[in-house]
Design a protein. Structure first.
Length: 76
């Protein structure tokens, strides 16, 4: 029961990090970790956490590019 709940929270955290990565890629905005995390240790942890979302976003984007089920939108 506890492990299932922890797994659920971990997946939710990765999804939030991936969402932030998508906002960064599409709009160019990113969280300013230096302004709200003055401690370098916590800033490093936050940057790693956000890096996980970047990695997941890259994997999803690579899968979509190579998939026959997706096509490029003509707006870009």
């Amino acid at each position: 029961m506890v492990f299932g709940r922890l797994f659920h929270y971990a997946v939710d955290a990765v999804l939030v990090s991936t969402l932030v990565a998508g906002v960064r890629r599409s709009a160019g905005f990113r969280p300013d970790t230096e302004s709200f995390l003055p401690d370098p240790t916590f800033r490093s942890i936050a940057d790693r956490y956000l890096g996980i979302g970047e990695t997941i976003f890259d994997m999803i984007q690579g899968t979509a590019v190579n998939s026959p089920y997706f096509k490029r939108d003509g707006r870009r």
